[in-house]
Design a protein around this ligand. Structure first.
Ligand code: FE2
Length: 248
């Protein structure tokens, strides 16, 4: 682990080591199959920052990521770490980690029976889906700022509203690039079904607006009906800063 990283207190009980040597050839083969299935669509429809980040952090198509190796590349770029955790974190631990530029990362991988969907995030969702964007300096600062704002909130209603900002950016965010809608949210990047839904013009795409996003309800269990497109990642960084005033 990066010794420069701030100490974690609330999240500390959830930190684990990734036993990379324990992954089986079958698990590496499942990872390779997952990447092979996603890449053709992403090469055309993912935002350029995601594709650049994938290369910059050294993700491989044929092997499950070794987080220590990923962090050797990611840390010097943006001071973020993909930090192994035991599973779902309570909100205060999750926000503490984001505020410390440490992304809670699961280490288990879905089985071959559930290639398209897992109800709980696995290392494919967390690393393939999320971590490449953390190599982008503005997105990296946005995610930390988001964590800092949420870590200071205690009101349940305000946290729910901030959860919508996370959902419509980090998980299901889209951006306009060269006149086209491109994907950057990990829920889209890691899911062929969700991405195909967007590419086939399923959801209504609205211009990103912080107040609308904070009010926009969503269902986790259904394809998204509305998404919010940004013009640049500066917009979500500014939104995370403005959110603090909106919810004060
Ligand atoms: Fe996620």
């Amino acid at each position: 682990m990066n010794t420069q990283a701030p100490a974690l207190t609330v999240a500390e009980p959830y930190l684990i080591q990734q036993d990379w040597a324990a992954y089986t050839p079958e698990q590496h083969a499942v990872w390779a199959e997952l990447v092979r299935r996603r890449m053709p669509q992403l090469a055309e429809h993912a935002c350029q920052e995601y594709l650049d980040g994938f290369d910059q952090i050294g993700l491989r198509e044929d092997a499950i990521p070794n987080l220590a190796e990923v962090n050797k590349r990611l840390g010097p770029r943006t001071r973020w770490n993909a930090t192994p955790v035991s599973g779902f974190l309570p909100p205060d631990a999750f926000f503490e980690m984001l505020a410390a530029r440490q992304f809670p990362t699961t280490t288990w991988l879905r089985s071959r029976d559930s290639l398209e969907y897992t109800p709980e995030p696995d290392i494919f969702h967390d690393v393939f889906g999320h971590v490449p964007m953390h190599a982008h300096s503005v997105f990296a600062d946005f995610l930390q700022q988001y964590g800092k704002v949420c870590a200071r909130l205690t009101d349940k209603d305000k946290l729910e509203r901030m959860g919508r900002l996370f959902w419509f950016t980090v998980e299901f965010g889209v951006i306009r690039q060269n006149g086209k809608i491109k994907l950057y949210g990990s829920g889209l990047i890691s899911s062929h079904g969700e991405s195909s839904h967007v590419i086939s013009c399923g959801p209504e795409i609205r211009d990103f607006d912080l107040d609308q996003v904070l009010d926009q309800q969503f269902l986790v269990s259904e394809m998204q009906k509305v998404l919010y497109a940004v013009e640049s990642f500066d917009q979500i960084y500014e939104a995370a800063q403005q959110a603090e005033d909106r919810l004060a």
